[in-house]
Design a protein around this ligand. Structure first.
Ligand code: UDP
Length: 335
């Protein structure tokens, strides 16, 4: 199959591309390298089934060419990371709303007769906002803070992507699938955009204090990227997934302070654990999500999908990856 992966040089995108090539597909990646890195896919560039285009999904002319050749589009290109979104609010909204609109519009316009192009949209658990009723079910309410707090623009932009995708399905019969990823992590994820595990591991390996924001009692469940990719691919093959939204996440939950001490122990670090008030890191009035925890009955019911990696496996793999990266000053390359 001819597959287009937007954001294919990103952290999740690069793992997905690897899997799709392994499965024998012809894959085209478009990435503007805003948060993605060519190093993430350098080891794949010798594969004759891979084409890489550096460019933005906001370039309609380029996107038209790429979408016209694709049977299936995995749309992952997006502004990601709380830190990145807060520092780049305009770019984040534009990429996340306009970019998705371009993908969906072109997929519909360039579909021929019965050969509809299929689109999988990657959304996020952030759409649930500060709802404290966990676990989150796909049909649960979204609870948002005020528009003066940039963080919620990310949640609203991704929710608008979901509305758009569902509207294309309902009105134009464009087959879409929506997945909400919960704190995906794994090798190649970098600390630059605020993600907690790579930050803690890097701090621990450098014997620097681990910066736990707030009181550290907020909880998250972390999804290993290989599990995320397996879930995404299984849904994309299932005709009953079309027009539906699925949570993808782990059922193992941990406090952020607990995560910090676990990483200190596992790395054998001499680091201290330091509580840092949110106002010192973000702007005044920053709001965190107290808990994020998925109800995954829907994906399990449809595909039988279960998580394979425990948090222990996840941390072990990420620590090893970070050690290699720090010692070599870059990612592994083989092409
Ligand atoms: N966090 C932290 N220290 C850091 C980075 C993040 O304590 O150096 C906290 C953050 O405030 C949040 C949790 O870790 O409560 C997860 O943060 P991340 O940005 O990885 O994901 P999200 O907030 O989007 O769930």
């Amino acid at each position: 199959m001819n597959i287009l992966v937007t954001g294919g040089a990103g952290f999740v995108g690069s793992h997905l591309v690897e899997k799709l090539l392994e499965d024998g597909h012809k894959v085209t990646v478009i990435d503007d390298l805003s948060t993605g890195r060519i190093d993430n896919i350098r080891h794949l560039t010798c594969d004759k089934n891979l084409t890489v285009r550096i460019g933005t999904i906001l370039n309609e002319q380029l996107m038209s060419k790429l979408v016209s050749k694709a049977d299936f589009i995995y749309h992952l290109a997006a502004a990601v990371g709380v830190k990145y979104v807060i520092e780049n609010p305009l770019r984040s909204i534009q990429t996340n709303v306009k970019g998705t609109e371009i993908v969906l519009e072109l997929a519909e316009k360039l579909s021929r007769g019965n050969r509809r192009k299929k689109v999988l949209i990657t959304s996020t658990s952030e759409v649930y906002g500060k709802n404290e009723k966990i676990p989150f079910k796909e049909t649960d309410d979204r609870v948002m803070g005020p528009t003066t707090i940039s963080r919620w623009s990310y949640s609203c932009a991704k929710a608008m992507d979901e509305f758009l995708a569902l509207a294309y399905w309902r009105e134009k019969r464009l087959p879409v699938i929506i997945v909400r990823l919960f704190n995906t992590c794994g090798p190649r994820q970098v600390s630059d955009y605020g993600m907690v595990i790579p930050r803690f591991i890097e701090q621990a390996l450098r014997d620097k204090p681990l910066t736990v924001y707030g009181d550290g009692r907020q909880t998250r469940s972390f999804l290993y990227v290989d599990d995320a990719v397996r879930a995404i691919v299984s849904l994309s093959k299932n005709p009953k997934a079309v027009g539906e939204i699925f949570n993808i996440g782990s059922s193992e939950r941990i406090t952020i302070a607990g995560l910090a001490s676990r990483i200190v122990t596992m790395t054998g670090s001499r680091s201290a654990i330091k509580l840092v008030p949110y106002e010192k890191v973000y702007t005044k009035g920053f709001e965190d999500m107290r808990h994020r925890f998925p109800n995954t009955a829907k994906i399990h019911g449809l595909t039988g999908f279960r998580i394979r990696y425990t948090l222990k496996d996840t941390l072990e793999n990420m620590i090893e990856d970070a050690r290699i990266r720090i010692s070599k000053g870059g990612a592994k390359a083989c092409c």
